[in-house]
Design a protein around this ligand. Sequence first.
Ligand SMILES: Cc1cc2nc3c(=O)[nH]c(=O)nc-3n(C[C@H](O)[C@H](O)[C@H](O)COP(=O)(O)OP(=O)(O)OC[C@H]3O[C@@H](n4cnc5c(N)ncnc54)[C@H](O)[C@@H]3O)c2cc1C
Length: 397
Amino acid sequence: MNLTNSILRVDVAIIGGGIAGLWLLSRLRKRGYSALLIESEALGAGQTICSQGIIHGGVKYALNGKATEAAKLIAEMPAIWRRCLNGEGEIDLRGSLLVEHQYLLATRSPRSWLTGFLANKLMPGRMERLSGVDANDYPPALRQATFQGTVYRLDEPIVDVASVLAAFAERHREAIVLCDGPAAPSGDGAITLRYPNYPMLAIRPSCTVFAAGAGNSAVPWAPLQQRPLHMVLVRGLGLPGPMYGHFVESGDVPRLTITTHCDANGHLVWYLGGALAESGVKRDSQEQIRVARRELAALLPWVDWTKTQFATFTVKRAESRQDGGSRPMGPSVIRDGRTLAVWPTKLALAPLLAEQVEKMLRTLDLKPKPVDFRILDEWPRPAVATYPWDREEIVWS
Ligand SMILES: Cc1cc2nc3c(=O)[nH]c(=O)nc-3n(C[C@H](O)[C@H](O)[C@H](O)COP(=O)(O)OP(=O)(O)OC[C@H]3O[C@@H](n4cnc5c(N)ncnc54)[C@H](O)[C@@H]3O)c2cc1C
């Protein structure tokens, strides 16, 4: 391979291969732009592989009973993702669906917030109240005569994030490269692609998009905020089958959000987020496990939790900085000349982010032009990141 002193000119260089960078890459290539994505670790290595894979349609965002701006923006996302999951959208994500629906579990009798919430204009058709234990339409973990709450089925699918990432990687392999260490443009805008034992290659983009999550901290004019979470994993014989849902009470963050995944050995893992993960950042792992056990025992008291194992890990959400550190309303796109810094804010919002970036590129008068990527044929490609529950450093107890 002779890459010494080689230069590759592209329309757009995308730095970061999480869901934001990958969806954008796919969109831009579809529109005829020559786009190259550069990843320094593994695809989804930041937040994406740690996400719960919920394609929110706004229900969680509308928990305060109001049709917030955030709820409106996200309302169309399940339909967009579903088209892709059915092989009819802009990227073929067939095989990446975990479940069609998740559940909203109101453990006490519906209060005023729920009345307002159900009256929300965004909600009709997006959720259905289920009949009950006797009708057998509850998720398996709730099929107990002792469950007293109200259960709604939400029109919000859950995806297998690793297969989503793999679908993008496979479809756009020639335009995704691995670099040794964080990629960054130098003063003249060129990005030097390095990898041990490979001759360096200069990428000269007309436009650069930082879609690097926390790695966007390299962009001084686009301040970010990081909101930590202390997530909990549960596995073992006691698990009462798959569960996907939010236990909600009076707050606007669910008390507990549960998704279910399969580990590398084919065993079920419950993945716990919600208020437990937000408040848990103040606790160490053992204390967080104690609180998680207490929460599960309170919400699902008929389950024998003694045969389950728990583990925890912390991860930070990376977003555009907001006043007071609140969650941004939607995706963020910040531009300085021909460099953009972007954050989707949610996995579900990646298609909307791609649309916003595409619109911005049109204002930059960037004419799509084809580029031959064969010079990169032998360059190393990033793997898909490992799920938290399959990582060696995770300690189960
Ligand atoms: C625990 C948790 C659960 C979540 N659950 C959900 C959910 O259920 N539904 C939902 O919609 N959203 C969810 N989210 C939010 C969602 O995961 C994120 O909004 C989304 O994944 C962010 O994607 P991203 O591509 O911007 O960043 P990331 O996924 O962080 O990807 C950034 C990538 O850039 C790479 N990188 C960084 N710096 C550089 C550099 N200089 N050069 C090259 N590469 C670089 C990193 O290695 C990484 O692969 C969750 C988030 C967390 C933390």
